[in-house]
Write a protein that binds this ligand. Structure first.
Ligand code: NAG
Ligand code: NAG
Ligand code: ZN
Length: 459
């Protein structure tokens, strides 16, 4: 056995490409304060001399920019000359990444003892889910909704406390973007709480809904972000592999599709790209990717036998709660018929979230508070699958660590998210979205009843 493992390691070492090191790369938090700054930053981003951690520059919004050691002097001079604020937040990317990857010295070998004090690998997450399902055989079971290009399973945990045939379902998905490590660390916590918490609010939320929780919806990318490139975002589909010299980025960038641009709702209309070398490559077509297709098929299958009330997507970072759609702004947000309800549920939930550890969150449509996007999972959940309650978290932090959020922030993050979720469910219930196993009350019916009552009382 031992020899076999050694042999496998040797083979793996031969096959694997080299770990991309960002040693001594510095990360700056850059704040464009004027339209001119935005223009300058857009030009700088298009040159790809520096790595922007985010797409879409907007006035007043910070953007993290990573700078290689040999470019630091030029970077600092350029930004200082342009009068753009650039605060150094990470001295050495690899050193901070090591801190994030660190594991407690005294750690149990039993995966059941996982205490949210380090970031689990994919194998660990799957082993942990298997153990949970084994410990709660009447309530929890592991499902696999599909296979990836690199032949990994996309696994989730179903939590069904009531076991009635006409249940109301809810979906949670994380790590659609590989490098957003805090998201599986949040979803495993939610799984644990839904099974073990005695808090009445948590119990109500756990038991009202049959939860289908997928901590890692992009397993290939997630593994790659551990083994090869900590900054990897997309999946690992190499079908559109090409030279990226013209874009001044490594060719490996073309070996993947941005899964959160690949869902077939207004696919590739805004905030996405058909260039495989782009971080937001939308793929060969809507649902060209195995992962996005697997999620959509699973939801449609649930809908054929019951109702799906919730779709909650988990991303990081910048402390936002997004409400669909991501392509509409201003008054156009009302294209979503229950936008007012979604907004209120989100705001009330985020008030409770903030109250826990004083972590501010901003609520709104992506085009208003972030940037316009199309083909995202949660927009498809609303516009394609017509799921009533659809939200997307951008978890901690505000850019101090960004994707490298240290392990000691996992638990406070999870605690506040849970508080927010419980309040969101409480408000949604009070609005009539959940009425026991009888199903979902149409919100427009509620509005009609209220208007009729209002008209009658004014007569
Ligand atoms: C990507 O590859 C697919 C399959 O070979 C092809 O149909 C598609 O046109 C390619 N797209 C781009 C943008 O290169
Ligand atoms: C759902 O199932 C429960 C238990 O079998 C039953 O009491 C209830 O009436 C059902 N509701 C609907 C809408 O079918
Ligand atoms: Zn993301």
């Amino acid at each position: 056995m031992f020899l076999k493992i050694l042999f496998l390691i040797a083979i793996t070492a031969l096959v694997k490409s080299e770990y991309v090191s960002y040693k001594n790369h510095k990360v700056y938090k850059v704040t464009p304060e004027t339209d001119k700054h935005v223009e300058i930053l857009n030009d700088v981003e298009n040159e790809h001399s520096y790595m922007f951690w985010d797409q879409g520059i907007r006035k007043g919004r910070n953007v993290n920019v990573m700078v290689a050691p040999e470019k630091q002097r030029a970077f600092e001079k350029f930004f200082s000359d342009a009068g753009i604020k650039a605060e150094l937040v990470i001295q050495d990317f690899e050193r901070t990444a090591e801190v994030q990857r660190a594991r407690p010295l005294t750690r149990s070998e039993n995966i059941r003892d996982y205490a949210w004090d380090y970031y689990m690998t994919l194998e660990e997450i799957y082993a942990w889910m298997d153990a949970v399902a084994e410990d709660y055989p009447d309530v929890a079971r592991v499902v696999s909704i599909g296979t990836t290009v690199e032949n990994r399973q996309i696994k989730g945990l179903v939590i069904d406390h009531k076991r009635v045939p006409n249940a109301t379902h809810g979906i949670m998905e994380g790590a659609l973007h590989a490098r957003e490590w805090i998201t599986p660390a949040t979803l495993t916590w939610i799984i644990r709480d839904f099974l073990e918490s005695n808090d009445p609010g948590v119990r109500t939320m756990a038991e009202d809904i049959v939860w289908h929780i997928f901590p890692v919806t992009n397993p290939d990318g997630y593994v790659y972000s551990f083994t090869d490139n900590r900054m990897w975002r997309k999946n690992r589909n190499r079908a559109n592999s090409t030279s990226c010299a013209q874009l001044n980025v490594p060719d490996d960038m073309s070996n993947g599709v941005d899964l959160n641009r690949n869902f077939d709702f207004l696919w590739n209309t805004v905030g996405a790209s058909l260039n495989p070398c782009s971080e937001v490559f939308a793929g060969a077509g809507g649902f060209s990717e195995l992962e996005s297709r697997a999620i959509a098929n699973y939801i449609q299958q649930l809908q054929s036998s019951g109702s799906v009330l919730y779709y909650l997507g988990y991303h990081s970072f910048t402390q936002l709660m997004l409400v669909p759609y991501s392509h509409t702004a201003g008054a156009d947000v009302l294209e979503v018929d229950n936008y007012g309800d979604l907004f209120e549920i989100a705001v009330r939930g985020m008030e409770k979230l903030t109250a826990r550890h004083n972590t501010p969150y901003t609520v709104g449509a992506s085009a208003d508070i972030l940037y316009p996007v199309s083909g995202s999972g949660f927009d498809w959940a609303k516009g394609g699958a017509k799921i009533p309650l659809v939200f997307l978290f951008e978890l901690r932090d505000l850019g101090e660590y960004g994707f490298l959020l240290p392990p000691d922030q996992i638990i406070p993050n999870n605690e506040e998210v849970m508080d927010g979720l419980v309040e969101m469910h409480r408000i949604a219930r009070s609005m009539g979205y959940y009425r026991g196993s009888a199903g979902v009350l149409s919100n427009s019916v509620l509005v009609m009843i209220i208007s009729v009552v209002a008209v009658l009382s004014f007569k």
